[in-house]
Every structure is written in C-alpha cells, then in structure tokens.
Write a protein that binds this ligand. Structure first.
Ligand SMILES: Cc1ncc(COP(=O)(O)O)c(C=O)c1O
Length: 383
C-alpha cells in the first residue's frame, strides 16, 4: 500500500535530525531552565541557542522572541494581549475574512467584549486590496492582523506594503506567518512587522511549540500569568525538547529546495486542469502562491468522497483546512473568494512537502481522473 502524504499544511512529519536533537533533552538534560544549578543551566543554554537561531532567521533580536505552545496561542496572545493594553482608549482591529480560525474566533471574542473589528474582503484569488486596508484605519485602530499566506488557498499577501501602511498611520502590524516561515524569506525590520506568529510543526519540527515575535518596546498584556518566564510575559516552564527541536528545524530548513517543490506544485496543477474537465484552481498562480499549495474545485464531485477515495489509494489530502475538517462547516476562505456552496464542497487541498517526489505526483495524476469520473457519475445517478 502506497503512502503519499499531501497534507503538509496541516502538519509535517518530524525530521530525523530534529528528533535526534531533541532526544538528549528528553533523557539526560531534564533540568528546569529556571534552576540556577548546573542541570538548569544546561537546558537554559539550549533554550537560548534556539531563541538566537529563530531570531536570526527573521532579522530580530533574541529578546524579541517569546516561546508559546504554537500558532493558536501566539495569535490569541497578539490580539487579546494588545486589546487588553489598549481598551477602552482604542478598541478597533483590522483583519480579513480569510484569516485562520484562531484569529477570526479571537476577533469574535474581542467583539463580544467591547472591541470593534473590520474584516477586509479579498478578491477572487484571495488578495487584500491595500487601499481598502488604508481606508479601514481609524483613530481608534490599535492593530492590523493579516496573514502572510493563506493556509487553504496559498495566497501570499504583500505584507511589506501592509507593514508600511500601518507604520505610516502609527498602527501596530501583526502577521500570522505559520504557513510561510522558512518557505518565504521574512525580515521583520524591512517588512515593518511589529508582531509575528510562527510555529514548529509546519516546518518538520515537533508539535506544541511556537513563537510570538514582539518588537522591542511594544507593550502587551500576558495571556498566561505565573512564574514570570519569558521576560514576565508568558509564564510556564518552557518546553525545552520542543524548543530545541524547533531551533533545529529552522537550521535545517535552509537545505530545502522550494524551487523544486513549486515545480512539482505546478505540474500537479497543470496535470489536473488539463486532464480533468470542469476543474478550477483556487488561489493565484506562480510566485504569489505558496510553493507547497494546490487547491482545486472538481465541479460535480464531492470533496469529502474524493478525499476518501484518494485515501483508499494511499494518498492523504484534505478538504479545506485541517483544523476545520472535523467541524464539518463550510470554508470561510473559499466563500470569501466567491465560491458557491457546491464549489466549496467539491474542493480539495493538496499540500506538498520536502519529501514529495515526482513519481508521487505522477501517481496522483494517474488515479485522479478515474475517481473524479466515478464520483461525477454517482452524482448524476443520485440526482
Ligand atoms: C495560518 C495558520 N495559523 C495558525 C495555525 C495554528 O497553529 P497551531 O496548530 O500551532 O496552533 C495554523 C495551523 O493550522 C495555520 O495554518
């Protein structure tokens, strides 16, 4: 039985080198990094090394890197932490209709607690209009939170110019870079990013570790109170093995050939669009698309069934975002780019990774047309 994993946006398989780097911190180096004795200092050193590696990778200072439990916590913290700091003087956040659920739901919570949120529209490829962004900012706006790349359709936003607009208006800019970190170069200074969310399990590191980058001088309330870890802003004994693994994953990410991955991505897109009728690509083409993302609507074939048939052939894909697929609700992203309910239901996301092989893409292209045809015939019979 084949196993072709094309769900790397949901999570990636931990790299062997990462696993190896973590092992000593699960076995012999178990000290609490807050302890002053040697056992604590050994782990403290490893923690600070990972912090430095991550800081350097985005042109930040080590003191600007705060370890969290992942992307969800980092996004919650950025939004709620700044809301608590600014409310009631300023109460307005600008975000978009295609953000990850952990941003959208945090915004909904903020609205229930006295905040105001503008959800910017996107065009049919998922791009935010910069003029709309500029117009949405008011004297009450304390934060703009817009993702770098969308996790469902791979649209890469022009965050550098978004950062510039925010800077000119004196508004803080946060970006969720969970899908782009190490894939697309990020320079927080050049891009005027004030806060940024990244995580480890999307880049062949362990799950349950993330970072919130917070530019020096920004005042934010902690989400978790306690022993005063992470400069008093994020309490809780640090996940040392996870953080060490995160650092290693960043180090070895330099070896990944994203040009090759984007070529495989394009061969999958072209193969599907030319060989299977009534198919549409969701999201943009070329450089403005995440190198790893393919999202296609297979008009008339049901996406969930398509996913199940592919799984039967050993191919693992997803319908929309993994975090949503167990809630069975529609995709707010596909809806925002104008897809009808039926088109949304017929969509599949394939996300490639560093281990994806040309022959795996060829195999998918070989089995897909038959599956789609079968499902479409089924639909005709059922109707
Ligand atoms: C864009 C984006 N933001 C945030 C998250 C949440 O990250 P985590 O799974 O680390 O909580 C994800 C992961 O699904 C994501 O794709």
């Amino acid at each position: 039985m084949k196993s072709i994993y094309l769900d790397n946006a949901a999570t990636t398989k931990i790299d062997n080198e990462v696993l190896k780097s973590m092992k000593p911190y699960l076995e012999e180096f178990y000290g609490n990094p807050s302890s002053v004795h040697i056992k604590g200092q050994e782990t403290k050193k490893a923690l600070e090394n990972a912090r430095r590696v991550i800081a350097e990778s985005i042109n930040a200072k080590s003191e600007e890197i705060y370890f969290t439990s992942g992307g969800t916590e980092s996004n919650n913290w950025a939004l709620k932490g700044l809301f608590f700091k600014n409310y009631p003087k300023k109460n307005h956040i600008v975000t978009s209709k295609i953000e990850h659920d952990c941003v959208i739901k945090t915004c909904k919570w903020i609205e229930k607690n006295g905040g105001k949120v503008t959800y910017l529209d996107v065009d049919k490829e998922g791009f935010i209009n910069l003029k709309d962004l500029e117009k949405s900012l008011t004297g009450k706006t304390f934060l703009v939170s817009l993702m770098h790349a969308n996790n469902e359709i791979g649209t890469l936003q022009d965050i550098e110019n978004m950062g510039k607009i925010c800077k000119n208006k004196g508004v803080l800019f946060h970006t969720d870079a969970a899908q782009t970190y190490t894939k697309i170069p990020i320079d927080v200074k050049k891009m005027n990013i004030n806060l940024m969310t990244i995580n480890s399990h999307k880049i062949y590191g362990p799950k349950g570790v993330g970072v919130l980058y917070i530019k020096e001088g920004i005042k934010i309330e902690p989400l978790l109170h306690g022993g005063g870890h992470e400069n008093g802003l994020r309490s809780g004994t640090e996940n040392v093995p996870g953080i060490v693994g995160f650092g290693k994953a960043v180090e070895i990410s330099k070896k990944i050939n994203f040009q090759k991955i984007s070529e495989l991505r394009d061969s999958l897109i072209t193969g599907i669009l030319t060989n299977i009728p009534k198919t549409n690509l969701n999201g943009p083409v070329g450089e403005k698309r995440l190198p790893t993302n393919v999202n296609i609507s297979f008009g008339g074939a049901e996406g969930e069934a398509l996913g199940a048939y592919l799984e039967n052939k050993g191919v693992y894909v997803s319908t929309g975002s993994a975090c949503m697929s167990n809630t069975n609700s529609e995709s707010h992203v596909l809806k925002a780019i104008g897809l009808s309910g039926k088109e949304q239901d017929s969509s599949i996301r394939f996300t490639l990774g560093k281990e994806t092989k040309k022959k795996e893409i060829s195999y998918v292209l070989k089995v897909l047309p038959g599956i789609v045809e079968k499902l479409r015939m089924g639909e005709v019979i059922n109707n």
